[in-house]
Design a protein around this ligand. Structure first.
Ligand code: ADP
Length: 447
């Protein structure tokens, strides 16, 4: 087992990882920018190293500074959290070259999944169902027209190097295709420095369903069921559930089995998420994330398994603490992402939190790095906390969520809490009847 882990992240996820390390008796080092000297993870860590000024590029994304912090403190492993360097293959390779363990998969696996065309090809080879579309990058307009005619309109053009929902364009007819192709290519070139795009069938009313997988580092793979993250705004997840209200046990076990086998065949190590769109009973692979997800606590709630403990165990060579048959799904869990944003316009609302009171009681978990008197810096993501609620079934979970949202107090800044208070009383949400477009339509109506 590791002696000392360096946490290369900030906010709630840095604290989340720190807690897991403390439970396992591992010393912790955190790195932080000058804007985060007062952050909770800095206060609670055994050691902290300031690695630079507020802009992420000069601190949280600065590989040299982070490696230097490992060497100065004698850390033997790095947990990257999510975002920042968590899916940076070069970072994983550099750490390996310094004999520091990256708590995540190999640089090669990160590279494959970071290139969407390569990821899709790999998924298809591993027997994972994919969205019908082009086999690789689209050469010219003629090829785009041929593929689109084959799969049928509407189609979506996506950037191979894409991320964060950027570089995607939908074409409803052949007449739209030329413009969609050109705009997607130039957006991709500008945003990612790579204008390779591919084409796939545009699904009109899918749900976003993702499977949590783990490779044990020794050729084995398991799945921890799925999460439904269909409630999104601008392709950003807002509310997540486990299990999905749309799947039955047979479907869960079938798609989970396919994913677990794929992970084993790939020789993958650590946590990963295989993301699908789900429509009319069919799954369509869209991408794989090679890291811990923001929404992992809903899976922890229904399985009772600490996924960060498992990541650390696997990375240290100790394998998983569970076999597939030990992973049972118990009840239902929902996570609400609480952002420091206006609940209607979603404009960021940094500033000082004058009062912070979190709900408690059976089935309630709050993961947050903020506290009363904390000043939210304007430089980073606006996520300030996550409310995770567990119940014996979805109805009990929703009752408890409504109560917990009423108890939650964040004064001094605007947050998305009022949005969740509205959503929890909405009949479609109560029935679990929503797709990936539901939230945007609801917000557009201004209900
Ligand atoms: P990114 O990495 O940029 O987030 P993804 O491939 O994960 O891109 O897609 C993000 C979101 O875009 C999906 O959750 C879904 O809402 C939408 N999307 C992607 N592909 C399709 C498709 N073929 N049909 C319909 N919507 C899609």
């Amino acid at each position: 087992m590791f002696q000392k882990i360096l946490i290369a992240n900030r906010g709630e996820i840095a604290l989340r990882v720190l807690r897991a390390c403390k439970e396992l008796g591992i010393q912790t080092v955190v790195v932080h920018s000058t804007a985060d000297s007062d952050a909770m993870h800095v206060r609670l860590a055994d050691e902290s190293v300031c690695i630079g000024p507020p802009p992420s590029r000069e601190s949280y994304l600065n590989i040299h500074q982070i490696v230097a912090a490992c060497e100065i403190t004698g850390a033997d492993a790095v947990h990257p959290g999510y975002g920042f360097l968590s899916e940076n293959a070069k970072f994983a390779d550099i750490l390996a070259a310094h004999n520091i363990t990256f708590i995540g998969p190999s640089g090669d696996h990160i590279r494959i999944m970071g290139d969407k065309i390569e990821a899709k090809r790999t998924a298809r080879r591993l027997g994972i169902p994919v969205v019908p579309g082009s086999d690789g990058a689209i050469g010219d307009e003629k090829e785009a027209k041929r593929v689109a005619a084959e799969i049928g309109y509407p189609v979506i053009i996506k950037a191979s190097a894409g991320g964060g929902g950027r570089g995607m364009k939908v074409a409803h007819t052949e007449a739209d295709l030329e413009v969609a192709l050109q705009t997607a290519k130039s957006e991709a070139g500008a945003a990612f420095g790579d204008d390779a795009v591919y084409i796939e069938k545009y699904l009109e009313k899918p749900r976003h369903i993702e499977v949590q997988v783990f490779g044990d580092g020794a050729g084995g793979g398991v799945h921890f069921g799925e999460r439904d993250c269909s409630l999104q705004r601008r392709h950003q997840k807002v509310w997540e559930e486990a299990n999905s209200p749309a799947l039955n046990a047979e479907e869960r076990s079938r798609i989970g089995g396919i994913c677990a086998k794929a992970i084993a065949d790939l020789g993958y190590s650590g946590a990963g998420t295989i993301e699908f769109l789900y429509e009319n009973g069919e799954f369509y692979f869209i991408e794989m994330n090679t890291r811990l997800q923001v929404e992992h606590p809903v899976t922890e709630a229904i399985t009772g398994i600490d996924l960060v403990h498992e990541q650390i165990r696997v990375a240290s060579g100790g394998g998983l603490s569970v076999r597939q048959e030990d992973i049972k799904f118990n009840g239902h869990a929902i996570e609400c992402r609480i952002n420091a944003e206006d609940p209607r316009t979603f404009t960021p609302s940094p500033g000082t939190i004058t009062h912070f009171h979190t709900p408690g009681g059976l089935g309630i978990r709050v993961d947050s790095g903020v506290y009363s008197g904390y000043k939210i810096p304007p430089y980073y993501d606006s996520l300030i906390g996550k409310l995770i609620v567990h119940g014996r079934n979805r109805v009990e979970c929703m009752m408890r969520l409504r109560r917990a949202l009423d108890e939650f107090v964040v004064d001094g800044i605007k947050t998305t809490l009022p949005l969740f208070r509205d959503l929890v009383g909405n009949p479609d949400i109560a029935n679990g009847d929503y797709d990936i477009h539901w939230l945007e339509k609801y917000l557009a109506k201004g209900e």
